[in-house]
Structures are given as structure tokens and as C-alpha cells.
Ligand binder design. Sequence first.
Ligand code: ITT
Length: 185
Amino acid sequence: MKLKVITSNPGKVREYQKEFKDYGIEMEHFPHPYDEVQTSDLEEVVNKGMDTIVSEGIRDFIVDDSGLFVDSLKGFPGVWSAYAQKTIGNQGILRLMEGVEDRGAEFRCCIGCDIDGRRIVVTGICRGTITDGERGKDGFGFDPVFSHDGERTFAEIPLDEKNSVSHRGNAVKLLIAEMRRQGLI
Ligand code: ITT
């Protein structure tokens, strides 16, 4: 079985390829820009994006809309994470957090999967903290400033370990469970 991973982000593709290898599902990078509606709900972004992609005749794919939600910033950057990453970047997030005691944050990942003419949408979460500085060379995006264990950042741990605890890894676990339940794998 082969699924297209519709994203502009090669970091996501690497994570999906590693996760689905064990299930014999090939994940193919398929860069195909689609409009992401402006809404405060990741699932709505995913569902509307999937409607558009399906209307273009593309089937058997996944899309992924993710974000970093910082407690003390009332959930910012959240659904605006891609824009925040491009503009203020990790250093900008760290500046907003200067002197802030509550470092709590969570990553959320909503995956939409079109498979065999059916649609499955799941969301995974990973709670953690925002560090005081950028650390680590692996991963992508906000990984150097997010720690799930209060010690190492997502950019300092191997991909396997990130997948075992991350928002995307948790969403994949839900997706696999649902695929099994529906007899798709
Ligand atoms: P696509 O929409 O094309 O899939 P994107 O990188 O714009 O790619 P999102 O809108 O889902 O993806 O992601 C919002 C931002 O959050 C973006 O800057 C990502 O780099 C970042 N991000 C998403 N998942 C992440 C992860 O696992 N670790 C670190 N940053 C992440």
C-alpha cells in the first residue's frame, strides 16, 4: 500500500516514512500546495484541505496540520505556527518567553487520511516545556525549543524516540488503530 504525504515539509515526511515502515505502507512525498483556511481549529483546516484535494481527483493521501500552543501566550502561535516560525522564528518565541515562569506548552498534530475512499481524521498531543535557549541539531521547526521531558529538546533526541512520544507519533498511533478497526491494514 502507498500513501501520498501532501506537505511542503520534508521533516514531516521523514517521520511518516519511519512510522509506517513497520506496517508495510510506503509513504511518498507529494508536494501539492493547498489552501489552508484561517480558523482556530486544526481539524477544520485538515477537513477543508482534504475536500479541496479530493475535488482535484487526488486519493490515498495524508495531510498534517500541526502547531505549538504555549500556555502563557494563551495558545499562541497555535494555528499560526507556520507563520510565526517563518517570521519571528524560535528566537522570537524565546524572546516572548523571557522572564516567564510558566514554560508549559503542547504540540498538536491533526492528521487527515484519505484511504480506500474513506476519511479518517485524528489528533495527537504532546505536552512539554519551552526551553531557555535553542538546543540540538535534529528535527525541524520548533524542535530546538521544545522539551517533552524537561531535559532534552526534540532536536536532541533520535527520530525513533521523538516518534514514540510526539504529537505526530501519538496521532499516528490513533490512525493505525482506526485503520485496523476498519480492516484497512
Ligand atoms: P505543510 O502545511 O505544508 O504540511 P508546514 O511546515 O507549514 O507544512 P504546519 O502548518 O503543520 O506545517 O506546521 C506549523 C509549524 O509548526 C511549522 O513551522 C512547522 O515547522 C512546525 N511544526 C510542525 N510539526 C512540528 C514538529 O514535530 N516539531 C517542530 N515543529 C513542528
